[in-house]
Design a protein around this ligand. Sequence first.
Ligand SMILES: [Zn+2]
Length: 164
Amino acid sequence: MERNSRCSRLLPGAIRIIYSNRYLDSMIKSEEEWKRQLDSETYQVLRKKATEQPFTGKFLHNKEKGMYVCAGCGAPLFSSDTKFDSGTGWPSFWSPAEKENVEEKSDRSLFMKRVEILCKKCGGHLGHVFEDGPQPTGLRYCINSLSLDFKKNDEKGASAKPKE
Ligand SMILES: [Zn+2]
């Protein structure tokens, strides 16, 4: 009997710990939290769906080998192996690294019918996908540099670990 009551006294604390871990994993952040985490330009693109000026992005001419990850949450999004020069002024890829890490959404803003690309994990705006890309997919993922961070292949800790 005594042991049982001790167990029940411990339980509420244990539940709190489990709950707070789950909360951290879920990537649900308020706009205030995103504002604190991101610089203002990145915030405007990732959370407010702004588009950076063409030919200004830091990754447009990046030719190094590695993985482009989400600037909001670090999810692996595009491999340098699928990057190509589209001439549009934005980093372009013909395929996501992990299809399940990106989400496609119909976008009818600016009087155009486009397909928006978002990070599935944190909901951050990445860019758009068009059907005028090179083979083998024929797709062009037109992505803002500001939505991305880059992890070089030879960087420590960035070794082959595409999935969590
Ligand atoms: Zn993300």
